[in-house]
Design a protein around this ligand. Sequence first.
Ligand SMILES: [Mg+2]
Length: 114
Amino acid sequence: MSLDKISEYQKAFDERHFKNWNESADKLEFLQSMVVALVGEIGEFANVVKKAVREKKTLGNEVSGEVLGKLREELTDCFIYIVILANRLGMDLEKEYYRKMKVNEKRFEKYRVG
Ligand SMILES: [Mg+2]
């Protein structure tokens, strides 16, 4: 699925589930709510890592399947909030990703190993 399709799918989901709240919410209040939710999901991701390290849930240098599943779920939650924020900002996330990566290619040129 392309980012365009993901963006449209998320918009449709949000309209079905949060339409009234979205319309009544101030744009900055909406952004505030969503960024707090995003940071919360990042915290959930970090907590999985923290517990995995503390409980040594690793297989050699690899992350165990249980932990990997939780990490993927939390990272997906983060992505959902990023898509919601991008939609609210009217961003083409794919286009902006490639634009920013061009900047990063120059910025990180000195660290290039291959
Ligand atoms: Mg979560």
